[in-house]
Design a protein around this ligand. Structure first.
Ligand SMILES: O=C1O[C@H](COP(=O)(O)O)[C@@H](O)[C@H](O)[C@H]1O
Length: 232
């Protein structure tokens, strides 16, 4: 499936443009099905987008927000994707949305993933919106090159759900939705910024092994068309 590029002049225009597209998709889902669900990424890129989206006039009480992936850290950690979402997206009117976190204070990441899988089982079949990020190593979600369970996470036969991942480049153990959970989102977005990430994307679009750049799984095999939102 070919990716479609949406190019913006600046970070601010990118945040606003993506927020507009996502708000339209969430409002359409509410109009059609009475509710909407969105899975968002963490990392350094989404903060301005989250702030722009929080200002959109959506029926937020009908929206469920979850995370594409998470670090196995408490939600008050600066490394927590949940904290990023709580501080920047679930504010003002958007605070009425329901958050389904992936982190739970369990003894192990595996135990937390099992709880998260149960808690999120009724949402995202498919997600109305999934906003992916991409690291400079070509990871997306917590599908890291060299990841302990990468083949299983990317296998289309692995069912929807949340699983663990460990990798050298990942820092903490991770919790991540599987490829099959994300690839059919009604609106499937890759949100990246900067010339460096554009070069990483170009490299991922060239021939090569998925395991070396796991974003290739989304570029090549997602059943929904991948919408790439980018600004320099
Ligand atoms: O580890 C993560 O990083 C990616 C990309 O983050 P960025 O800082 O390069 O924008 C992110 O998509 C993922 O959710 C996060 O856990």
């Amino acid at each position: 499936m070919t990716a479609t590029m949406h190019v913006f002049d600046s970070s601010a225009a990118l945040a606003e443009g993506l927020a507009g597209a996502v708000a339209s998709a969430l409002s359409a889902a509410i109009a059609t099905r009475g509710q909407a669900c969105i899975a968002v990424s963490g990392g350094s890129t989404p903060k301005a987008f989250f702030k722009a989206l929080s200002r959109k006039p959506i029926e937020w009480s009908k929206v469920v927000v979850t995370l594409v992936d998470e670090r196995f850290v408490a939600p008050d950690s600066d490394r927590s994707n949940e904290k990023l979402v709580r501080d920047n997206l679930l504010v003002d009117a958007a605070a009425a949305a329901k958050l389904e976190p992936l982190y739970y204070p369990a003894p192990t990441a595996e135990a937390a993933a099992a709880v998260a899988a149960r808690q999120t089982a009724s949402i995202g079949r498919p997600f109305d919106v999934a906003v992916l990020g991409m690291g400079s190593d070509g990871h997306t979600a917590s599908f890291f090159p060299g990841g302990s369970r990468l083949a299983e996470a990317l296998d289309p036969a692995t069912p929807r759900g949340v699983m663990t991942m460990e990798a050298e480049g990942a820092g903490e153990p991770r919790l991540t939705f599987t490829f099959s959970s994300l690839e059919d989102a009604r609106l499937l977005v890759l949100h990246i910024e900067g010339n460096g990430k554009k070069e990483v994307l170009a490299k991922a679009e060239a021939p090569g092994d998925e395991a070396e750049m796991p974003i290739r799984a989304m570029l090549r095999r997602a059943s929904s068309p991948l919408q790439v939102y980018w600004a320099p």
